[in-house]
Write a protein that binds this ligand. Structure first.
Ligand code: ZN
Length: 247
């Protein structure tokens, strides 16, 4: 089974809509293919996030009572005096529900969701020794060509051993619904993952945040999005960001 074919059936698979043979075929592919495994894993995370209560709109508890009493007034003929004014709060609430619901459906995964995917990518790479790095080399001339044919872009690969950030190797990962390059650097035994993929907009300044105890820095430069993550202190991670931002 080809990756593309599998990924087109993944939603149906996750919703339990496939027959047994197809499901088994998909499961065996997921066991062997790291990229599709990531896609499935990310879909799982997304499904979980969408089920969260935070995304549910809770109308004011007295809304139902207000609608009912307004309807009663209308039925009694008192509506002639009250006019259509009672409709304003009801319609506002309805518009709010529609607009908010539409916003949730159309919104692309935001930076917050990506930051969480970056953390899980980093944690996953630490938890599965041997899978941390697909190509082990401190030589950018070995790491960069390794990505050829595996990605539809060529990530900038540089070594910063002289600056205290040794390039260890590279890896494929799957973040923000696309395959991305992961470069692994090391500083005083602290592993650092730098995730890179093509950016839609122009350059953006680096933004630092703490996600689940990890320092995460995100910026966009020369058409590429960068997410650096480590348990290293922020000042040192910013130092690596500075090196990566140098032309
Ligand atoms: Zn695959």
């Amino acid at each position: 089974m080809k990756c593309q074919e599998l990924q087109s059936q993944l939603h149906a698979y996750r919703d339990g809509e496939l027959d047994l043979t197809s499901s088994l075929e998909i499961e065996s592919h997921l066991n062997e293919c790291k990229v599709c495994f990531q896609v499935n894993d990310n879909l799982k995370t997304l499904q979980k996030a969408l089920r969260s209560d935070a995304l549910r709109f809770q109308p004011n508890p007295d809304l139902e009572a207000r609608i009912r009493s307004a309807l009663r007034r209308e039925a009694r003929g008192a509506g002639t005096r009250v006019g259509w004014r009672w409709l304003i709060p009801v319609l506002s609430a309805a518009v709010l529900v529609i607009v908010f619901g539409g916003y949730l459906l159309t919104r692309s995964p935001g930076d917050d969701l990506i930051a969480r995917e970056v953390v899980s990518g980093h944690v996953r790479s630490l938890m599965t020794p041997g899978h941390t790095i697909d190509v082990v080399s401190e030589d950018p001339h070995t790491v960069k060509p390794w990505f050829d044919g595996k990605l539809d872009f060529s990530p900038p690969v540089r070594d910063f051993t002289a600056q205290g950030f040794a390039l260890i190797g590279g890896r494929l990962d799957y973040i923000a619904n696309r395959p991305v390059a992961a470069l692994i650097y090391e500083r005083r035994k602290h592993p650092i993952n730098v995730f890179i993929w093509p950016a839609a907009g122009g350059d953006t300044k680096a933004v630092a945040q703490v996600q689940q105890g990890y320092n995460v820095i995100h910026w966009t430069k020369s058409g590429m999005t960068f997410w650096a993550i480590s348990d290293l202190n922020l000042a040192e991670l910013q130092q690596l960001e500075g090196e990566l931002e140098k032309p």
